[in-house]
Design a protein around this ligand. Structure first.
Ligand SMILES: C[S@@+](CC[C@H](N)C(=O)[O-])C[C@H]1O[C@@H](n2cnc3c(N)ncnc32)[C@H](O)[C@@H]1O
Length: 625
């Protein structure tokens, strides 16, 4: 975040039109200043909430005044770039909702149409207060007498209680506008609407459904953006998102036939979101159920979907291919109608089987075929592990899964892929290319993969490495942590290194057991101050080292082919160097033979419990470290 406290220069700023149909990398304030005044129809902004969230590049904790001042500045730009009849939707947390609303109205000149509360359920569980389960959505317009509000768009209308609950013939068949508390998927959240939450809702709660997760931890649901884009803009108009993140606003705008442009600070998010956008066709269905209350089955119905009969019946209730069914184990991944966007008679065999009534066994086969077809369409000769490690292949695999009509999201499809491999059900077709990474190459970033693995494990309470790479949110956390520990390598390199470590761990268990009595006699003895430490003199020497913090807490034990290079690498990396106070090395004749070095390092890890190491030897006995 760059905050300018200076008054803006009085000389006119030269503005060129920022390209439409693109996510621009950089600070949105700088980028929006390049947009011509009065040219945008709709802005949706979901800025960082200033709550210390862990973004890729942006630091999300600033002094109150600084954050509010910065928000005022970018909201002023939003006001300037909007057409006279333009609309601005702002998503914001409790912390600054009041301040930003007052500034938007009184300092900037927006008029408020609605203060919408969006209820969600994937928040952090609190024990000493009501758990946060909502975001504020302010609907501002530039001119309260002239703005777009497509109240009659059937896809933003919802069925009335008359229609839903009482089957009352007087119910308006066109439905009604939603209230200003938006609950997108009440039936998808068995854990939702607890009396402990601070939005209390006593509606029907049924079924289960896994929220799609992207590479970005703050990905918004497409259906929520669908409502906003449909209500506040028309086909062909321009939608701008200054904080594009995973690109949801722009994906929805593109699907709904709007022009779109975004700004995003993080290069990595820009890359991944651009990939997401390039896989989207105009007119494609939005992800998630369009009308959950009316179209989603109850829990009881959902469970029966694994059996034969209800499927044909369900297909009649699908709503323009946007509705999906709850997940019920593996079979829950199959879309009942097979009629999602893009599936057609030319679709995969898996998709073609759908349509006729299916047995449970059929459904498993359909899911298996859909997953394996999608894998083989996307893998480019690589293995399942390589597909999990490579973000580019992941995008292709998920697009193919979507295309076959599988419901659920990337995490579900990845997990199913691994499940099929584990149970031996995954069909083998053709040769799989081997990935070879030399020990020298691995030496330059393998340690970062280990640190990232450990930090992700701690953050998400002990997932396996498979689960980390299956779930895009966890994988994104891992990627960021690895990049921080050893910048400049590719995401796939870190992920592959972690998978290789996991593989190596199997042999280490025996070696550690067998040779512990030899290892136990060796330990770190001479500690030196990290400040002033000269790694150069250890150049070319292999060895094992430990980094300790201020309070002597063991931070990391590493094994390297070149102590000089590795320790210099740590010294250049502030994420590591800033935490270290002491270092100690074991090298030369103090080391056991080369072939025992990995096991010796693991033995030391088990003795010292460093904060950033994975207990590779303990992996087999427990998922936790
Ligand atoms: C809450 S997230 C947006 C999530 C998005 N709505 C989605 O559905 O994926 C906020 C995003 O703003 C980005 N960001 C932070 N400061 C920025 C700035 N000054 N200019 C542009 N983007 C910024 C962050 O990197 C982050 O991806």
């Amino acid at each position: 975040m760059s905050v300018e406290t200076e008054v803006a220069p009085s000389t006119p700023v030269e503005r060129r039109a920022l390209e439409v149909g693109k996510i621009h990398q950089g600070d949105c304030l700088d980028l929006m200043r390049q947009i011509e005044s009065g040219t945008i129809d709709l802005v949706f902004a979901d800025p960082p909430f200033n709550i210390g969230y862990d973004y890729d590049e942006y630091h999300d904790r600033h002094a109150d005044e600084e954050y509010i001042e910065w928000s005022r500045q970018w909201m002023e730009e939003v006001h300037r770039v909007l057409k006279p009849g333009g609309t601005f939707w702002l998503a914001i947390g409790d912390e600054y909702a009041a301040e930003l609303k007052v500034d938007a109205e009184h300092k900037i000149g927006f008029a408020t149409r609605s203060w919408v509360v969006w209820y969600y359920t994937f928040g952090v569980n609190c024990t000493k207060k009501f758990s946060r389960s909502h975001v504020h959505l302010f609907h501002f317009v530039k001119d309260e007498n002239n703005f777009t509000f497509n109240a009659d768009d059937p896809q933003i209308r919802v069925p009335s209680a008359r229609a839903l609950v009482y089957a009352d013939k007087r119910a308006n068949p066109a439905g009604r506008l939603p209230d200003d508390t938006w609950v997108l998927r009440p039936q998808d959240m068995p854990e939702g609407f607890q009396p402990t939450d601070d939005t209390w809702y006593y509606a029907r709660v049924a079924g289960t459904f896994k929220e799609r997760q992207g590479f970005h931890g703050c990905q918004m649901p497409e259906q929520l953006l669908g409502r906003i884009v449909r209500a506040s803009s028309n086909s062909g108009e321009i939608v701008l998102d200054p904080f594009a993140g995973s690109g949801t606003t722009l994906a929805v705008a593109k699907k709904l036939g709007r022009k779109w442009m975004g700004c995003e600070l993080s290069e990595e998010y820009v890359r991944a979101a651009t990939e997401r956008l390039s896989g989207i066709e105009e007119g494609a269905a939005l992800d998630g159920p369009a009308d959950p209350i009316a179209s989603a089955p109850s829990t009881a119905n959902g469970k029966k979907l694994a059996a034969a009969a209800p499927l044909a019946e369900e297909s009649t209730t699908q709503n323009r291919g946007e509705s999906s069914l709850p997940s019920a184990g593996a079979t829950g991944l199959a879309n009942a109608s097979g009629a999602t966007a893009g599936s057609s008679s030319s679709a995969s065999p898996a998709a073609r089987v759908l349509g006729a009534p299916l047995t449970k066994r059929d459904l498993r086969t359909v899911v298996r075929d859909a997953i394996s077809d999608s894998f083989y369409a996307a893998h480019q000769g690589g293995s399942i592990d390589w597909l999990l490690a490579s973000p580019a292949l992941q995008v292709g695999f998920h697009a193919a899964c979507r295309e076959t009509g599988l419901i659920g999201g990337p995490a579900d499809w990845n997990r199913e892929l691994l499940r099929l491999r584990k149970t031996g059900e995954f069909p083998k077709r053709g040769q799989i290319k081997k990935v070879h990474v030399s020990d020298e190459e691995m030496d330059s970033y393998g340690f970062a993969a280990e640190i990232a693995w450990r930090l992700t494990n701690d953050k998400f309470n002990g997932p396996s490495i498979d689960e980390i790479f299956c779930d895009p949110a966890k994988a994104a956390y891992f990627d960021r942590a690895a990049k921080r520990a050893a910048p400049r390598f590719e995401t796939a390199q870190y992920r592959w290194a972690a998978l290789r470590l996991r593989k190596a761990s199997r042999d280490l268990v025996n070696d550690v057991k067998r040779y512990h009595f030899i290892f136990a006699k060796r330990d770190f003895s001479r500690f030196q101050l990290w400040r002033g430490f000269k790694p150069k003199r250890l150049n070319g020497q292999s060895g094992i080292y430990i980094l300790r913090g201020d309070d002597k807490t063991p931070l990391f034990i590493g094994r390297t082919l070149n102590l000089g290079n590795r320790l210099a690498q740590h010294a250049e990396c502030s994420a590591i160097a800033d935490e270290v106070a002491h270092v100690s090395v074991i090298n030369g004749t103090d080391l056991p033979g080369d072939e025992y070095l990995d096991a010796f390092k693991e033995d030391l890890v088990r003795r010292h419990h460093p904060r950033w190491n994975v207990n590779l030897v303990g992996l087999g006995s427990s998922a936790r470290l």
